[in-house]
Ligand binder design. Structure first.
Ligand code: AMP
Length: 505
């Protein structure tokens, strides 16, 4: 049977896994002999070349204008473009380059052993990704030359790797603290079916915030009256942040570490203890704990901390001892952090899922229905101004439908506006500024209707998270689809795929 692969396309690091001879997933190391590859792309100033991974990350300090990091955060922003070397670069292209690097490195390693190249893969995505980001991730995979078998939610992948047998009958949390994002999911494994009960998170909170806190502390302690925010555009800033990351990682292993950095050509050294580091970043851990409680609150069924049997820690930042310590204090349940390499669990789980899709019966689990990922609603006038009233909530199952009724507001109007707004709120009413308008259509009534004629807006969400709206008024019925802005045409995907196939990144 053809081998299939699992790819964790991460915000900060990515990796690729396959099922080994013993039936267990293994990570395929990159050509730097490392398990994970930084999700960073650096474009050469003078040529068409680009570097991906460690080389690009180490260049971040020297060529910030040529370097793209944290691109996954921009996947949901159809207008995001970076101007580099006079060309506009999109999130899907950068993601494709990262995938290409993973695949090329894996292929080179596999070729030494006469193994077949990476072709079919499952790529993981955050549980909160909506239909558009999922489609863009699949396109990035195609551009990188892959046949994307499926997109799998990251917490589901982590749970698959954790070992579904041990989870039977349990309700558990997947705490995923990466480099740039934090995600929390509550899942349940019952009668061999793995279901997500709740997801929440902060997509601007991750290991880099610990690095910044450490850097700010060191700057003050060294008598420099500036913060990272003040100097972030300066040439030294990126390198200083990398030094902070090294110091942070040392503090995961040792009680003390020396933070060395250079600012305005002057070297600085600051000895930092783990306890001080934990003190200055306590507020960050607090935010993750708050979100754990929030995830309990918004779960499909009311849950309390006592309902949680286990907590799985994933994401590289879970290596920080303060995380395990704090969570154990808060939720007195078992944690199996040390048994599961947090930065590799997601890729391994994706490899298991890929094998499952190929008919491997050793992964005996069914995936229950996902959560809705996003909420959708329409604009209404309230005493507090224009608000969005949600029609489909992200806490409802992915496949869902609901109907919203309103009436025409003007005498003799012959058109009705059908608007849809996307948001991440779990409330019924949301301020409009916290939402994004994704549909702005008109239902042509074919002639004037009296004020107060009833209008029906029927909203459905399918398995892939794609939303359709049916508008009905005065006997007229029309179906509208959400335009997924930022998606590439198949021709563009094919052209980019051909271009990349001839390139080595
Ligand atoms: P991920 O996106 O899951 O690969 O996580 C990357 C983040 O994990 C980065 O912020 C790293 O600095 C952080 N990280 C990786 N290893 C460690 C460690 N041993 N101690 C603390 N943070 C770590």
């Amino acid at each position: 049977m053809e081998e299939v692969f699992g790819i964790d396309l991460g915000t900060t690091n990515s990796c690729v896994a396959v099922i080994g001879e013993d039936g267990l997933p293994v990570i395929i190391k990159n050509l730097d002999d490392e398990f994970t590859t930084p999700s960073v792309v650096c474009y050469d100033e003078d040529s068409d070349e680009c570097y991906v991974g460690k080389e690009a990350k180490s260049g971040m300090g020297g060529a910030p204008d040529q370097t793209v990091a944290f691109i996954k955060r921009e996947m949901s922003n159809p207008n995001y473009r970076r101007e580099i070397n006079g060309k506009s670069v999109s999130p899907v292209e950068v993601s494709a380059l990262i995938l290409k690097k993973l695949v090329d490195d894996a292929n080179e390693r596999r070729s030494y052993d006469g193994l077949s190249p990476v072709r079919k893969a499952v790529i993981t995505v955050p549980a909160y990704f909506g239909a558009m980001e999922r489609e863009l991730t699949a396109q990035a995979g195609q551009i990188a030359g892959l046949e994307v078998l499926d997109l799998l939610n990251e917490p589901t992948a982590a749970a698959l790797n954790y070992g579904t047998k041990g989870l039977e009958g349990k309700t558990f949390m997947v705490y995923d603290l990466g480099g740039g994002t934090f995600d929390i999911s509550i899942m349940r494994m019952q009668n061999g079916v793995l279901t997500t009960l709740s997801t929440d998170g902060d997509h601007k909170l991750g290991g880099v915030d610990w690095d910044i806190a450490l850097l700010d502390f060191a700057l003050q302690a060294c008598g420099l009256d500036v913060t990272y925010d003040d100097i972030r555009e300066e040439k030294d800033a990126a390198k200083m942040l990398l030094s902070a990351e090294i110091c942070k990682k040392n503090l995961s292993k040792n009680d003390r570490a020396t933070f060395k950095f250079v600012y305005k050509r002057k070297p600085y050294f600051k000895e930092i203890s783990r306890s001080v580091f934990e003190e200055i970043t306590e507020n960050l851990v607090d935010s993750t704990v708050d979100m754990m409680y929030h995830a309990l609150k918004i779960a499909r069924e009311p849950l309390s901390p006592e309902d949680i049997d286990e907590i799985i820690l994933v994401g590289g930042s879970s290596y920080m001892p303060m995380i395990k310590k704090r969570i154990q204090k808060e939720f007195r349940c078992s944690l199996r952090l040390d048994m599961f390499e947090p930065d590799r669990a997601v890729a391994k789980g994706a490899a298991l899922h890929a094998a499952r899709l190929q008919g491997d019966r050793s992964v005996n689990v069914q995936l229950g229905e996902d959560m809705g990922a996003r909420s959708y609603g329409t604009d209404i006038n309230t005493e507090n101004g224009v608000m969005v009233q949600n029609i489909l909530l992200r806490t409802s199952p992915m496949i869902y439908e609901n109907t919203f009724y309103f009436s025409t507001s003007n005498e003799g109007q012959s058109m009705v506006s059908i608007s849809l707004f996307e948001n991440t709120s779990v409330e019924e009413y949301v301020p409009i500024k916290k939402t994004t308008r994704i549909m702005d259509k008109s239902l042509d009534l074919g002639g004037p209707v009296p004020k107060g004629t009833s209008v029906v807006m029927h909203v459905t969400r399918n398995k892939e998270g794609i939303v359709h709206v049916i508008g009905e008024c005065n006997g007229v019925r029309e179906e509208f689809s959400v335009e997924t802005k930022g998606l590439l045409e198949q021709g563009e995907v094919d052209a980019l795929r051909k271009f990349l196939s001839e390139k080595r990144v």
